[in-house]
Design a protein around this ligand. Structure first.
Ligand SMILES: Nc1ncnc2c1ncn2[C@@H]1O[C@H](COP(=O)(O)OP(=O)(O)OP(=O)(O)O)[C@@H](O)[C@H]1O
Ligand code: SF4
Ligand SMILES: [Mg+2]
Length: 400
């Protein structure tokens, strides 16, 4: 596919349909959540802020799943918790089903919360060990004063059945269940009050690989059955691929790339997304043996003092490649649309398309040009993507 730098897009998106306006359940605009950093025991002084979420915007259509992906500490959970209004946002706007809930309080907030629930990462820590399964799953019903005790008991048994657990387990305690069964209890609790939006915060990362697929299948089945809308949080791109309609990649409080799932995996355009994708195994031993991960240099910078300009500049392989352009350190890149429904926050995202790093990340064989250039050589950055049937260069990729 040819490049059209500066034009309508860098490629023709395969599945880049932007969300339809009238079906939007959740709309988040310039959401910001800062946590104050203070000093002193008696006289607290405000000395700075943790920029946990910084100007995050996205839309989530009803019945769809948005994957939210990024390294530890980039602000995924804080985004989810702020949307649920467990925090009061520092700035920005959250609109749920057409109603601005940014500053909602009291009974109105309580009623809205009933329509949004959370599934937590750790099914061991998130279930009260002193409560029976019946008590745990029935708690949201009691909190929202739904039904009589007998009706609630009946509803809990029904919910256990829906998530694939024996309804007779009602009086058992969490420690009597395996990790996968506990997460099923967490899912039953989340759907107890018939919510419309579920924020699933790394719902499978604490589970054995063999169990993960079961929980994903359960969540997908429930989504179809109850028309649920998911914000699905994960720390790597391997998990969200098949469950998400669209994916937002987060780095240090910001969304750096937002695209349909198909487009993100076929055409990652932010250097950070490419690095994340390079770590996702490809189920083809020949291609896999010739791929190299992009190891990002250094640690994630502190969200108290995010780097100037582009927040990713301290670790960016593309910036190195381009000879450290000044713009990366002086100008904060805004999300811009490079193809229909595909937004990227990088001044030089066009350079990523068809680069060796991108092709390695998506598993397209890297061809050998005349003279056999090493992978990562500039020659691969220009020109169109060569044929996939061309010979493959042995792995020899730079470590960033
Ligand atoms: N209540 C809080 N008070 C102060 N700082 C906080 C609070 N909650 C989160 N943070 C900070 O905000 C940043 C984002 O945290 P968050 O938990 O949202 O990240 P995350 O992407 O969910 O990470 P992980 O993958 O480890 O769960 C971190 O630097 C974290 O230390
Ligand atoms: S703007 Fe510069 S530093 Fe930021 S991702 Fe793009 S190339 Fe890298
Ligand atoms: Mg988290």
């Amino acid at each position: 596919m040819s490049l059209a730098v500066g034009g309508a897009g860098v490629y023709e998106p395969a599945t880049g349909t932007p969300p339809a306006g009238d079906r939007i359940l959740l709309s988040v605009t310039d959401l910001r959540m800062y946590f104050p950093v203070t000093e002193g025991l008696i006289f607290e002084r405000h000395i700075g802020d943790v920029h946990a979420v910084d100007d995050v915007s996205f839309e989530l259509p009803r019945g769809q799943t948005l994957g939210l992906v990024g390294e530890s500490g980039c602000g995924k959970s804080t985004t989810g918790r702020t949307i649920l209004r467990l925090y009061r946002p520092t700035a920005g706007r959250i609109v749920f089903d057409g109603v601005d809930i940014t500053k909602l309080g009291g009974e109105a907030l309580r009623q809205t919360r009933r329509r949004m629930q959370m599934i937590f990462q750790d099914p061991y820590a998130s279930l009260n060990p002193r409560m029976t399964v019946g008590g745990i799953v029935g708690e949201p019903l009691s909190v929202h004063k739904i039904g009589t005790p007998a009706e609630r008991r009946e509803r809990v048994a029904e919910l256990l059945d829906v998530v694939g657990l024996n309804p007779n387990f009602l009086n058992r305690y969490p420690h009597e269940f395996s990790g996968g069964q506990r997460q099923r209890i967490g899912v039953a609790r989340a759907i107890a009050v018939n919510p419309e939006l579920i924020i699933a915060d790394e719902p499978i990362s604490a589970l054995d690989v063999s169990i993960q697929a079961q929980i994903i299948n359960l969540m997908e089945r429930l989504q179809d059955e109850f028309s649920l809308t998911y914000l699905f949080i994960a720390h790597d791109l391997s998990v969200v691929r098949h469950v998400s309609n669209r994916i937002a990649v987060m780095y240090l409080g910001r969304i750096v790339e937002l695209a349909s799932s198909g487009d993100l995996y076929a055409h990652p355009l932010h250097p950070y997304s490419v690095a994340l994708l390079s770590a996702v195994p490809i189920p083809d031993p020949v291609i896999e043996a010739r791929r190299r991960r992009i190891i990002l240099k250094g640690d994630v910078p502190s969200p108290v003092n995010p780097p100037s300009g582009c927040r990713f500049h301290t670790r960016c392989w593309l910036r190195d490649r381009l000879g450290n352009p000044e713009r990366c350190t002086t100008e904060d890149p805004a999300l811009r649309t490079l193809a229909a429904g595909h937004e990227v926050a990088c001044h030089f995202a066009e350079e990523v398309d068809a680069s060796i790093e991108q092709r390695q990340a998506i598993g397209v064989p890297v061809p050998m040009a005349a003279g056999g250039p090493a992978l990562g050589a500039d020659v691969a950055l220009s020109g169109a993507v060569p044929s996939a049937s061309a010979p493959i260069v042995p792995p020899e990729v730079p470590q960033y």
